[in-house]
Design a protein around this ligand. Structure first.
Ligand code: SAM
Length: 481
């Protein structure tokens, strides 16, 4: 492929100054077919199931081929025609896997979120890394996923919902506004920065045109400003992971050395050798497309000062308990009735360990004080359970949100309220298309009422059984066309 001249000059200069990095095969790597990868959700699957699931995801599957630097990450077969179909796969809609370029799996693994931590993903859309962070939190702590671009924040919201993450807030903000509202608040921050995208040239041909137009000179000041906002948001002892998909030193190593110079309390956390990753002497990491099997990527892990405990962060979470209005109590009762109709006692207790909250006219499960985010553009907060509506006859009914189904596991649902559709069952595609489907005796569903429909063991959405028919409750906006 024809690469931008400025990029070639920059790369030639890099390799002449860094003899330790072999240059042979670098330019040729841009003509190779890019590899595809998927990350299987460890919240929704066990490792022992991965081989069987990958056979469903990848029609040309031959053997398990794990991405060395990501738990749950796998390379797909090299047939791009097949792998492009992943967006129609029911397991994708159930949030069982997320298609992700293998190198892009590194930053969230390096961030290594732990249950209970309060984490900010500042440049989060479409959300591959945010979903991984949410998965690592295991429902404890908080993920704040921010995307400055409104259109892109919609994709982020959809992906977070699909992943079943319950303890998240999605913002559509400028990083400076978050810094103004939540200084010193976060334990860890991921900056997967907007960049000149040199590592994307072989995957996305339009990246070359965009590079010619904007290039590193435009983006470097933006990256500096995002790093400064992250510094304000981070508590002392907290960690930042900064990553880009470019080879440009000004956006990578030089960006970090200049940040460290102006912020002397920070230091780089070195990482042990990982196969496939090039570890630089300063502790930063790169993935090179001619040395490894992913696209170009840069990643560094920073700590602000020394680890010093996190009481200050947690104190921001205290919720004030207000007396409930009658209408709110009615909404909560309807939500409780709906959930207890479909969930086992253990499933109900697991989902509702977080309190019900009335928020924006609906019932939510929220484990933190929403006022923390007052003044910021909030797209979503906590888990939306649904809302109560009045029928034409004046009766209150509960309209559940599909996000609940995606936050469940099959074990949380009563066995006779779960319809598991096999991957070869034509009803699966028909359900995802929004059609009415039939239920038979062999399905094990007893009586009428709401059921959870699943792609195998993975819940997708709801349906309402009436006799032998199931009315489709899969959201219109999410249906396959
Ligand atoms: N982390 C994402 C993922 O895993 O799916 C990919 C993020 S992408 C590399 C960079 C994101 O930064 C884009 O979504 C872009 O809209 C956003 N962005 C652009 N300018 C920004 C700015 N000034 N501040 C914060 N984010 C910005």
């Amino acid at each position: 492929m024809k690469l931008p001249e400025k990029f070639i000059a920059e790369a030639d200069s890099f390799f002449s100054r860094h003899k330790e990095v072999p240059s042979e095969g670098f330019y040729e790597s841009f003509d190779k077919v890019p590899l595809h990868g998927v990350r299987l959700s460890r919240a929704k699957t066990c490792v022992s199931e991965h081989e069987e699931l990958l056979k469903v995801i990848d029609p040309s599957f031959e053997r398990l081929d794990p991405v060395e630097w990501c738990d749950g990450g796998y390379y797909l077969s090299e047939d791009p025609e097949d792998t492009r179909k992943t967006g129609r796969n029911p397991l994708y809609h159930a949030g069982v896997f997320y298609p992700q370029e293998p190198s892009a799996m590194l930053p969230a693994q390096v961030l290594s979120a732990k249950p209970g931590e309060v984490i900010l993903d500042l440049c989060a859309a479409p959300g591959g890394k945010a979903c991984r962070i949410g998965e690592d939190l295991k429902g404890e702590g908080l993920l704040v996923a921010n995307e400055i671009n409104y259109e892109r924040s919609k994709a982020l919201l959809r992906n977070i919902e699909r992943s079943g993450i319950t303890n998240s807030v999605i913002l559509n903000e400028n990083p400076d506004n978050i810094a103004g509202r939540l200084p010193g608040f976060f334990d860890k921050i991921l900056i997967d920065a907007p960049c000149s995208g040199e590592g994307m040239f072989r995957r996305d041909r339009s990246a070359c045109a965009s590079y010619e137009k904007y290039g590193p000179d435009t983006i470097v000041p933006v990256q500096k400003s995002i790093l400064n906002a992250a510094d304000t948001c981070l508590r002392d002892g907290g960690e930042i992971v900064y990553s880009t998909c470019t080879f440009c030193e000004e956006e990578d190593e030089l960006m970090i050395s200049s940040f460290l110079e102006s912020h002397p309390s920070y230091h780089i956390i070195p990482h042990p050798e990982i196969k496939g990753i090039t570890h630089n002497a300063d502790g930063t990491m790169r993935i090179w497309p001619h040395l490894n099997r992913g696209d170009g990527h840069f990643c560094v892990h920073l700590r602000k000062g020394e680890e010093c405990g996190r009481e200050k962060v947690l104190s921001g979470f205290v919720r004030s308990s207000k007396p409930l209005k009658a209408s709110e109590r009615r909404g909560f009762d309807l939500a409780r009735d709906f959930l207890s109709e479909i969930l086992t006692d253990e499933g109900f207790a697991k989902l509702t360990k977080v309190p019900f909250t009335n928020h924006a006219g609906g019932v939510f499960l929220i484990d933190f004080d929403e006022n923390l985010f007052k003044g910021l553009k909030v797209c979503k907060t906590g888990l939306y359970i649904g809302d109560s509506r009045l029928t034409s006859s004046g009766k209150s009914v509960f309209a559940p949100s599909n996000s609940i189904a995606l936050a469940l596991t099959r074990e949380m649902v009563k066995p006779d309220r779960y319809l598991a559709l096999g991957f070869n069952d034509p009803r699966l595609e028909r359900y995802l298309k929004g059609e009415t489907i039939q239920v038979t005796e062999e399905d094990g569903i007893t009586g009428n009422g709401t059921v959870v429909i699943g792609a195998g063991n993975a819940p997708l959405g709801f349906g309402k059984v009436g006799g032998t028919q199931i009315k489709n409750m899969y959201p219109k906006a999410w249906r396959l066309i």
